[in-house]
Design a protein around this ligand. Sequence first.
Ligand SMILES: *Cc1c(COP(=O)(O)O)cnc(C)c1O
Length: 388
Amino acid sequence: MNSGKKPLIYVDHAATTRITDSVRAAMEPYLTTVFGNASAAYGAGRAASRTILAARRRIAAVLGCRPQEIYFTSGGTEADNWAIKGTAFAHAMRGHVVYSAIEHHAVLHSVQFINLLGMDSTAVLPEQDGIVTEDAVDASMREDTRLAAVMLANNEIGTIQPITDIARAVHARGAVLFCDAVQAMGQIPVDIPALGADMLALSGHKIGAPKGIGLLYVKEGTLLVPLLDGGGQEMQMRAGTENVAAIAGLAQAIEDAAQLSAVGHLRSLQTRLLDGLRMVPGCVINGTTAPERRLPGNVNVSFPGLDAESLVLHLDRAGICCSAASACMAGNAEPSHVLLAVGCDRETAASSLRFSLGQSNTAEEMDHIINAVGEIVSRLYTESRAFI
Ligand SMILES: *Cc1c(COP(=O)(O)O)cnc(C)c1O
């Protein structure tokens, strides 16, 4: 295992990111002097409460919604759970939900939960290139469909979904659309009016804010029941003393991410890495090869016959932090549901590596990764042939 002493090449930004300097500076006062409870009537409390209001306004300005439509949560997972379960509770567990088969586990497992309580659901499969079409969503809708859940960009293969078209189809059937935009923020525009989603989830730690903060946008008039009961925080919709420092950090991170200043840089790193890995014998590229349909920071490749977990450990020894498909299921050898859904066989899915790039990565790092992968893969293939 890499002890963390060697300079690391960190290419796992889809898993989490370092807190940026601007976010840290925005949080600092609320971690030290301005520690009041935002519900308190004295000055320090009012200062905290003003910061939360301002954060709501700043975020709403970026996303194109109203401040009162933003609810802070403990992260993307809570926002996903809330959108699915809160809608199901609002309909007393009657009716039907449609969701894409490549959603994050926070969505998939929430759907499983409401299934246990009696609500029906249908999974929509993407095309082989990882795109979920409006027609496929429409074909899965029923008379009693209340909700459709389709993510804006996939966390494993980076494919970007045609949310605007999907929203139109969902609305034509009288249902609401929930969109997990956690991976999209900072890499493509997240413009709520243009997307047409009724609910949308974001997470802080994927965009330079701390872990444990996120938000759910809920369009005014959308039926949703709170999951956390207690005090009257978040306009009576999400109880719990507000994490003021993290909220201030999230607002800063969202404003920074909206600049999309990293995109050109990410795109050129992506091209360089893909072009290099493509030349490694055995390499298969997962997801679409059309760049405009894929996040600029995402590269996902397989080396059929090899084991992704062991590739990750070999790369770790070479100072490279990347991920085997989805890192969410540590120790779970089940191949990725996303890769299976896009038609990968189990062998290809079980050998998949995800490199997710960030602004601080360099072209030299991409070349280093290509060389390291080339060496490790050819050694492992030779060893595995020696066993046959
Ligand atoms: C990371 C991630 C989440 C979960 O967000 P957390 O803040 O880590 O709970 C949900 N959806 C997607 C697409 C993600 O990448």
